[in-house]
Design a protein around this ligand. Structure first.
Ligand SMILES: [Zn+2]
Length: 259
């Protein structure tokens, strides 16, 4: 699943292809916007906010998209054959480039002045220029009974973490995922680790949290369930966190992250 670092890079790619150029094609393949047409408008910029993307076009409109579980934006020279039509949700193109939104989890078209409607609920953006660790800690601490694992995925607390960075952050912090937020000694440190991991990977196509890019050594615990912990050698555990049907994968080391 795309996390904040992937969304950040996607915003950059969309920006390089679309910014400052006039749209020659816009094709919304979601029923609600089937008749929307942005042709003739200039794209101003694409921003990431946590895992959300905001593509602003002139005339005060914003295209809001979210990759959710398996979405992507595929940027290529115009004329390249796009993926099969049934997976395309939105296609934007100019004279040189096309951007094809595949399996997007959300597509909205709204006035730029109303962006708060779709991203106003988000906590501080881990990769935002306005990243505010104190505010993230304040929001986490406001619900001390929630498990730290669930709280880190809640985008209202801080925006950008998915299951991979959750697992890696809690491993590096030495915190058991089910520990209540109120019992985590140093929330600021946990938040700082998450931010450093995302920031270090924001320009990198393959994710490395260990400093070692070799296959099988690039993450501490994520993707390593059942294998030896890179730090202590005991077997890495896997399980699920959260209420059905929202439960999500969690991976941790019982020795490095004791109960
Ligand atoms: Zn360990």
């Amino acid at each position: 699943m795309p996390e904040g670092d992937v969304v950040y890079r996607t915003a950059r790619q969309l920006g390089l292809a679309l910014n400052g150029r006039v749209l020659t094609r816009s094709d919304f393949r979601v029923p609600r916007y089937a008749t929307a047409d942005l042709t003739g408008r200039t794209v101003l910029e694409t921003l990431s906010r946590g895992k959300h993307l905001l593509t602003r076009v002139d005339g005060g409109l914003t295209v809001h998209t979210h990759l959710r579980m398996e979405g992507s934006w595929q940027v290529s020279p115009v004329g390249r054959r796009p993926p099969p039509g049934d997976v395309v949700r939105l296609l934007l193109a100019n004279a040189q480039w096309q951007a094809v939104g595949v399996r997007l989890g959300m597509v909205d078209l709204l006035p730029t002045g109303h962006e708060e409607r779709v991203v106003g609920h988000l906590g501080p953006d881990l990769l935002g220029a306005d990243w505010d660790p104190e505010e993230a800690v304040r929001r986490l601490a406001a619900d001390p009974g929630t498990t730290i694992g669930e709280a880190l995925l809640d985008q209202r607390n801080l925006a950008g973490i998915g299951t991979i960075y959750r697992a890696e952050t809690l491993f590096l912090a030495g915190v058991w995922p089910w520990r209540p937020v109120g019992a985590v000694e140093d929330l600021k440190r946990v938040v700082g680790i998450a931010q450093r991991l995302l920031h270090a990977n924001r320009e990198r196509p393959s994710r490395v949290t260990t400093g070692d890019a070799r296959p099988g050594r690039d993450t501490w615990v994520y993707g390593r369930a059942g294998r030896p912990c890179l730090r202590c050698g005991s077997r890495v555990s896997r399980g699920e966190m959260g209420e059905r049907p929202q439960e999500r994968l969690i991976v941790w080391c019982r020795r490095c992250q004791p109960e």
